[in-house]
Design a protein around this ligand. Structure first.
Ligand code: NAP
Length: 242
């Protein structure tokens, strides 16, 4: 048996229409999983790259949007990837920019995990959650108050859920991506000074690719990671080692 295979497993990836979520969905498909591509818009482009995949409409503007998803069918792997960011000086930060980000990045992650966990525990265990955290799960960042709060929260609930569910057959872990070239980081890459400063600090000397995260997510969802619980795996080209 290949311990890195996801053959026979069904994975739900949120925010799978683009960026890191798309790369995770495609990598999980390559590893043999049947993939449900969750998105608030069409995931057709992602589905077309996977041999066994379909779409599911999931808009976390309602953080409880996935409450009924896991009761209807057996899903073995949940990847909480959907996320947003808002930038503003702390003194000007608006309540809307706080609430919108916390709802999608943190509240939806917890309640989607809760719904998944309830279903997996009810059938006697065996499931994996991979949360997409951030460097800002451990660093402060700048001008991104709600994002930093949400991603610190994601690291926290990853550990909390691992503590509650590790002995019951559910692995809960997270990935902290470094600077990955996606829509989320377009503003940073377009800012010449920030882009240069970021690149100078990354030991690997390049921005990450979404697929760098895809392969790490396959690992954490696979039997090879069965004794890994509550970990936040940095996939950051060495950024946090500096
Ligand atoms: P992205 O290209 O902007 O993708 C974000 C995904 O989340 C998109 O599919 C987006 O859908 C979806 N999404 C946003 N709001 C949603 C909602 N209300 N309901 C459902 N889906 C929603 O950015 P990305 O870089 O791939 O980000 C993916 C995850 O990685 C996020 O959690 C982000 O915080 C995290 N991350 C990224 C980096 C990086 O360097 N790129 C670093 C650390 C962590 P739409 O396309 O419809 O907006």
């Amino acid at each position: 048996m290949n311990a890195f295979s996801l053959e026979g497993k069904t994975a739900l990836v949120t925010g799978a229409n683009t960026g890191i979520g798309q790369a995770i969905a495609v990598a999980m498909g390559r590893a043999g999983a049947s993939v449900i591509c969750g998105g608030r818009r069409s995931c057709a482009e992602t589905v077309s790259q996977i041999s066994d995949a379909r779409e599911m409409v999931l808009d976390f503007a309602d953080p409880m949007a996935a409450r009924d998803v896991f009761a209807d069918e057996r899903i073995d792997i949940l990847v909480n990837n959907a996320g947003i960011i808002r930038r503003s000086d702390a003194v000007d930060f608006s309540e809307a920019d706080w609430d919108d980000v916390i709802d999608v990045n943190l509240k939806a992650v917890f309640f989607t995990s809760q719904a998944f966990g309830r279903a997996v525990l009810a059938r006697g265990g065996a499931g994996s959650i991979v949360n997409i955290a951030s460097l800002l799960s451990v660093q402060g960042g700048i001008r991104v108050a709600s994002y930093t709060a949400s991603k610190h929260g994601v690291a926290g609930i990853t550990k909390l859920l691992a503590n509650e569910w590790a002995a019951k057959g559910v692995n809960v872990n997270a990935i902290a991506p470094g600077y990955i070239a996606t829509n989320n980081t377009e503003a940073l890459r377009n800012d010449e000074a920030r882009n240069r400063a970021i690149l100078e600090r990354i030991p690997a000397g390049r921005w990450g690719e979404a697929d760098d995260i895809g392969e790490a997510a396959v690992f954490l969802a696979s039997p090879a990671a069965k004794y890994i619980h509550g970990a936040v795996l940095n996939v950051d080209g060495g950024w946090l080692a500096r």
